[in-house]
Design a protein around this ligand. Structure first.
Ligand code: UDP
Ligand code: MG
Length: 312
């Protein structure tokens, strides 16, 4: 019998889990042709999430959990899930019911047809500010134009992955993870499902605009070196303009003399160049910071306890 793992990363989800479980239970009960496992990865929640999960584990043998030693972020929590999952395929789903479990049977149908990665694309981005939408568009544009693989827009982590995708992702152990990009990077047979993303059932979203901005920087710097190229191109353009200006002012001074003038030009040029330099150093710094973090080779997460007997 094929086994399906449902991976649920949880951070402060004590209110969502009691709503999520009945949905998963009725799904599992209705699909009895498969063996099921629900793997909760508790990502260092500060509320009673772990106690809620443990109670579910006692009540239902299909519920398993991994408890991380502190909050490592959703990306690392998912990696822990990839490591501990025992299923032949895996569905990653948020704890807050924003990803409807009712899509899972359709994903399984496609999986049986031979697709390795059945991802759910959001039909619309829901309630988001104009600025946030613009930023995310820009982000996808940069990524798409500067990488060799297709970068999927409006696609989150809600998807079904075949065992071979999981094994591929397990090999990617970089500490600064951008899993959405990795799903695209690994390739394999992909299939799309479109759905409408609901609002959170309970609790609060853990993403602020700032953390999304950071994730975007993470995404760009971990998948492309295009910003470094951008710094180079900026340098070439500025140098070229400076050379033309030098010729222009040189000739002008020779022909007409040089009464002292041009404070404004001077200050503008100085500030502009200073800005370009700082920007370039910042870009360099982003990459050096990543090199620094990767060279430490720390484990991406640490586990406090887990409920599975026969893994790892
Ligand atoms: N999550 C996590 N660790 C974190 C932040 C979030 O495991 O540090 C989980 C969270 O419990 C939820 C999922 O990741 O199951 C998505 O989080 P959230 O709903 O805050 O993100 P959004 O839906 O706004 O993208
Ligand atoms: Mg959510």
């Amino acid at each position: 019998m094929k086994k399906i793992t449902i991976l649920v990363p949880c951070y402060n989800e004590e209110k969502s889990l009691p709503l999520l479980y009945p949905e998963l239970k009725s799904l599992m009960d209705s699909q009895s042709a498969y063996a099921w496992e629900v793997l909760f990865v508790n990502d260092g929640s500060r509320d009673n999430t772990l106690a809620v999960i443990k109670a579910l584990h006692v009540a239902d043998a299909r519920i398993q959990y991994v408890n991380l030693s502190r909050n490592f972020g959703k990306e690392n929590a998912m990696l822990a899930g990839f490591d501990y999952a025992t299923g032949d395929c895996m569905v990653i789903i948020d704890a807050d019911l924003q990803d409807p479990p009712s899509l899972i049977p359709q994903m399984l149908v496609y999986w049986e047809q031979g697709f390795d990665d059945v991802y759910a694309r959001r039909a619309d981005r829901g309630r988001e500010s104009w600025l946030r939408k613009r930023f995310s568009l820009l982000f996808y544009k940069i990524l798409d134009h500067s990488t060799r693989f297709d970068v999927l827009q409006n696609v989150g982590d809600f998807r079904l992955l075949d065992r071979r995708c999981i094994e591929a992702l397990r090999q990617m152990r970089e500490s600064e993870r951008y899993t959405k990009g990795m799903f695209c990077w690994i390739g394999f047979n992909k299939k799309e499902i479109v759905f409408n993303r609901a609002d959170r059932v309970a609790g609060e979203s853990n993403w602020s605009f700032w953390s999304l901005f950071n994730l975007a920087i993470e995404g760009i710097t971990s998948f492309t070196t295009a910003p470094l190229r951008f710094a180079t191109v900026c340098g070439i353009i500025v140098a070229f303009v400076a050379f033309c200006l030098m010729l222009f002012y040189g000739v002008k001074t020779l022909l007409w003399g040089d009464p002292v003038q041009g404070f404004t030009t001077l200050i503008v040029v100085t500030l502009f160049l200073g800005g370009v330099q700082l920007l370039s150093i910042g870009i360099l710094g982003e990459y050096i910071g990543r090199i620094f973090n990767e060279t430490k080779r720390r484990p991406p997460y640490l586990v406090g306890e887990y409920s599975l007997e026969n893994t790892l």
